[in-house]
Design a protein around this ligand. Structure first.
Ligand SMILES: [Zn+2]
Length: 383
């Protein structure tokens, strides 16, 4: 798209100008077509926010933080966002919620205190509908037992040798990947090795019969490992959230690390990203706080004792020997201790959370839906 500027030169439209143009075409032409008449029965805010999201997607693409936006298909996650034109909307404590332009709905779970939010996202999972909006997590009521958790910050270092090393000045512990997952991975590796000479097709050739069998079985192996890993991550993070109130983790650049050949497999396997997401959700939802150390903060290269940064340290050094104060300590334990200190100092930079609320919508009823199921979905952190 180009336009002519005041000097008579052709210039390109910026992304936001292009989106504004697209919005005009949608309002003045697309909406008026007889096959799109249904769009007129909904509030214009629904597509306004869709265009806003498109603009944000292009902005992220331009900044290089994400790929070129892809078209949304009907089989993808179905969701839309509405907002109130006058700013924030008050949400009263209780089980009724008034959503701008859509009306009042009953929730499965009650909102614990009166709060305010600007945007509401409505999404569908199977036959269930959910509202999500952000609220201040530190005001959420907390189970009395969870209130007894210690106030100090725990540093959690996620690593190759140990899945996680947890430390503070008081005590430290480690979590390792279960043997069963390692065993399953070995089985997968053996399976791939045994079939290394099979003619599978591919590269322009159709799949051979053996190829079809092989890939089916391979997918089964991978599915099994994924389930085991998810199970491990869910159990571990629930346990950690019950034990620790404040944690500090490294904001790992997982994508950057994946490009490093050797590390890639074990990182992908251990699901660092998933672990961090689940732990953050659970701790924040239970009234605790999570601090993510800056991506470039050298937690593994700094000394927990004197703060000296050892630039020479490489990944193969399993022990941290401080050239400044002479401290000798396990590398992962040192990193976890440094992270716990980072958490204490940077408490204000903790991350927030969004809550999902299941609701009752006409026509969205499914016979199998029970109150319990809905609650299970909405409260991953407190189950
Ligand atoms: Zn030192």
């Amino acid at each position: 798209m180009t336009k002519v500027n005041k000097l008579g030169q052709e210039v390109h439209f910026s992304y936001s100008q292009r989106i504004n143009e697209a919005k005009k075409v949608f309002t003045n032409y697309v909406k008026n077509q007889p096959e799109n008449a249904w769009t007129n029965s909904y509030s214009s805010r629904i597509y306004q926010s869709a265009f806003k999201h498109l603009g944000e997607a292009f902005k992220r693409y331009k900044e290089g933080t994400s790929k070129y936006p892809k078209l949304k298909r009907k089989k993808d996650r179905q969701s839309f966002t509405v907002y109130d034109g006058n700013g924030k909307v008050t949400i009263r404590a209780g089980k009724k919620i008034k959503i701008p332009t859509l009306g009042t709905f009953s929730l499965w779970e009650s909102v614990p205190y009166t709060t305010a939010s600007q945007t509401f996202t409505i999404s569908r999972t199977g036959e269930k509908w959910f509202f999500s909006f952000s609220m201040e997590a530190d005001k959420l009521p907390v189970h009395p037992l969870l209130d007894e958790r210690p106030q100090e910050f725990k540093g959690i270092d996620i690593g190759i040798k140990q899945f996680a090393t947890i430390a503070s000045s008081e005590e430290n512990s480690t979590i390792s990947l279960p043997e069963s997952i390692k065993f399953e991975q070995l089985k997968l590796a053996k399976f791939q090795w045994r079939n290394r000479q099979k003619q599978l097709g591919g590269k322009g050739q159709p799949l051979s019969k053996n190829g079809i069998k092989y890939y089916k079985k391979l997918a089964k192996y991978h599915g099994r490992i994924t389930n085991m890993r998810r199970d491990f991550i869910e159990k571990t993070t629930t346990e950690l959230a019950g034990e620790y109130k404040h944690v500090c983790l490294e904001n790992l650049n997982v994508k950057g690390m994946m490009q490093n050949g050797k590390l890639a497999a074990s990182i992908a396997r251990q699901g660092f990203y998933e672990f961090r997401q689940r732990l953050t959700t659970k701790i924040v939802a239970s009234g605790g706080s999570v601090v993510l150390a800056d991506q470039w903060f050298p937690s593994s290269k700094a000394c927990h004792n004197c703060g000296h940064i050892d630039k020479e340290l490489t990944l193969s050094n399993r022990t941290f020997n401080c050239p400044h104060c002479g401290a000798t300590i396990d590398r992962d334990l040192n990193a976890a201790l440094v992270l716990s200190q980072y958490g204490e100092v940077n408490q204000k930079t903790r991350v927030g959370c969004t809550r999902n609320y299941a609701c009752e919508l006409e026509g969205a009823d499914s016979p199998g839906r029970s109150r319990k199921q809905a609650a299970k979905w909405t409260l991953p952190g407190l189950s």
